[in-house]
Design a protein around this ligand. Structure first.
Ligand code: PYC
Length: 310
């Protein structure tokens, strides 16, 4: 299997460019479900240690069903598929440019949750116009064992998020273990209380906000990803959910910029336009860098060929 690795604001992406499973040519959401149900072990083997790490997001390139798209793509993490993934879309654009498959300008990628438009500004800088994002619930309070009541919004940005405006723990890198513990507890409390996204969807990402370290930014975040890793980048879909909340609160106007800083200090420049269904159409601009090209080997004699799963 041929892969190209990159990082976007520190968050890794592994694009499978050859040797991935053949999912045929049906509707993309069905092919994504098939990837998870029939090739889940392979997805884990691609991403987990010893080949990768649990922060890594995989991107399987597939034929698009929409004729004007350069590619279809299914994003996955070590436990499941992602609907969309902002950092991985920026990484994918830079990877396709590295391969000479796209040049500067606008391109469309088809994801299982809709088509996203990508503008490659230069070898590293990419803007992504994401799927329409919206806030489903405002100011939901959950009782978090060992912590107390925590209030946040439930919003969609291509994945489901619970967004807490004021993190009870300072957002600095020395607190990453404590922030991970807190967000895992919040997610368990949401599960326990039966709070979900639309149609019972699991809220698998938890996002905490606080003041930025750099005064040029508008805010800092910490994002828990589904497998328990934290996002090194400001999280493209989480930033989209944040824009939906800022718009719903009347805090940010259409076209106005918002600079979102991650827990490691990397940034995205964000803005939105009103969506057709009452939400927002986010634009996320960030930078990615290719870090490697590799042929992955899955040796049947290797006791950890399927990845280390503890
Ligand atoms: O950038 O959307 C994102 C993302 C989701 C999970 C990790 N990164």
């Amino acid at each position: 299997m041929r892969v190209i690795d990159s990082h976007t604001g520190g968050e890794p992406t592994r694009v499978i460019v050859a040797g991935g499973p053949d999912l045929g040519a049906g509707p993309l959401p069905l092919r994504a479900a098939q990837l998870q149900s029939e090739h889940g072990d392979l997805c884990k083997a691609v991403l987990l240690e010893p080949r990768g790490n649990d922060a890594m997001v995989g991107a399987l390139l597939v034929s698009p069903s929409a004729p004007d798209c350069v590619t279809g793509v299914i994003y996955f993490n070590p436990i499941a598929n992602l609907g969309m993934c902002g950092h991985a879309t920026i990484g994918l654009a830079v990877t396709l440019a590295h391969l000479g498959r796209i040049g500067p300008g606008r391109h469309r990628f088809e994801t299982p949750v809709g088509v996203v438009e990508v503008t490659l500004h230069d070898a590293h800088t990419v803007s992504v116009v994401n799927v329409e994002s919206d806030r489903l619930f405002h100011a939901v309070t959950v009782d978090v064992p060992g912590v107390g009541p925590v209030t946040g919004d439930v919003a969609w940005g291509g994945n489901w998020f619970f967004l807490v405006k004021q993190s009870p723990i300072a957002l600095n890198s020395s607190n990453i273990a404590a922030l991970t513990d807190l967000t895992l507890r919040i997610r368990a409390a949401l599960d326990e209380a039966g709070i979900t996204g639309r149609n019972g969807a699991w809220i698998d990402h938890i996002e905490l906000f606080g003041p930025p370290a750099d005064p040029a930014a508008n805010g800092r975040n910490f994002v828990l990803c589904p497998g328990g890793a934290y996002d090194r980048s400001p999280c493209g879909t989480g930033s989209s959910a944040k824009l939906a909340c800022l718009a719903a609160d009347g805090v940010l106007a259409p076209g106005e910029d918002w600079v979102q800083e991650s827990i490691i200090g990397s940034t995205y420049r964000l803005s939105y336009q009103p969506g057709a269904n009452g939400g927002v159409i986010p634009t996320i601009t960030g930078q990615a860098f290719v870090t490697g090209e590799a042929d992955l080997i899955f040796d049947p004699a290797d006791p950890y060929a399927k990845g280390i799963r503890l």
